[in-house]
Design a protein around this ligand. Sequence first.
Ligand SMILES: *Cc1c(COP(=O)(O)O)cnc(C)c1O
Length: 386
Amino acid sequence: MARFFVLSFCSGKEERMMNRRIYLASPHMSEEGYEQEYVKEAFDTNWIAPLGKNVDEFERELAKYVGIGHAAALSAGTAAIHLALKAANVGEGDIVFCQDLTFSATANPIIYQKAIPVFIDSDEETWNMDPKALEEAFNKYPEVKAVLVVHLYGLSADMDKITEICKKYNVALIEDAAESLGTTYKGQATGTFGEYGIFSFNGNKIITTSGGGMLVSNDEERIKKARFWATQARDQARHYQHSELGFNYRMSNVVAGVGRGQLKVLDQRVAKKKKIFEFYKQELEQLEGVKMMPVNDWNEPNFWLSCLTLEGKVKPIDVMEALEKENIESRPIWKPMHMQPFFEQYDFVGEGISQKLFENGVCLPSDTKMTEEDLVRIVKIIKELW
Ligand SMILES: *Cc1c(COP(=O)(O)O)cnc(C)c1O
């Protein structure tokens, strides 16, 4: 929340608090104004609709960027997960293996489909789905319908192992790459390994359209079908004819214009995020008990958020409170789904790594608009705790 103080009453401390707030990750439009050019074109041509040139081109450009055949631009990443599940024929009573350590938006669409999530633990080497726990879950629930893996904070899951297991059991793999646009695993973009991948352009993601998402796949028919469901499932007819349940999930042509502009600066954003991470790593890993999130040599992350774990006398809450006092945002790692009241009735397979990461982890401010001075200040505040 913004804080306002009357200048003449300011103490030194309050003056610091008047400083511009530093965010975890906030929207960062291009300095060149690319987004406004595309949005202006939408206005100039009156294509203020959930269809138009920006939508078509944004789909094409994003698919090209990640190296996949087809994409459907949608109103949110959550909508994309929902339609991915539908496309994978997940329906009432079906079991879906879902990464436990994630944002609830990953798991909610499983419930929209009246399906049953089984939550799979993470491993310490990737922070994402543990292939061993996944294998164990397959033994327990051989009738499973789909696997939903997540690439948290821009780190990639161990995709060779996970795709191999899914192939072995012939089960559809869906990748929630909402946080990992720009990340590669052995040179291949996350979101392109499974049958379906999804991206998000919410306000806090590495590029944003204020809100929006994308469903990608190499299966052209399924992407066409997703677009059909996303536009109220209107059959080919002059009158309004519906033989399936529809949704209003299409992306606006205005929003897609923002996305096209943002895509032009994605590589720039990744480069800056990487610099932020490397600075933290260099400065903070020398502190006792501090470990930065794991970057494996087969993984080129987008470093969406720089995160660390603490094992020692300084606790995550100490770091978060010290930063908050200086009007700097930080947060714990995602609270695992099996610990959420809404999901506690569902099964969990694993050894409690996700819980350990939640209890010991902190997401540090990773905003690409931060200056070098900001970073030096943040590191100094943290170091003072040791
Ligand atoms: C942001 C996010 C989503 C949801 O995307 P929206 O576009 O906000 O609907 C899903 N999964 C993960 C892991 C996310 O971080």
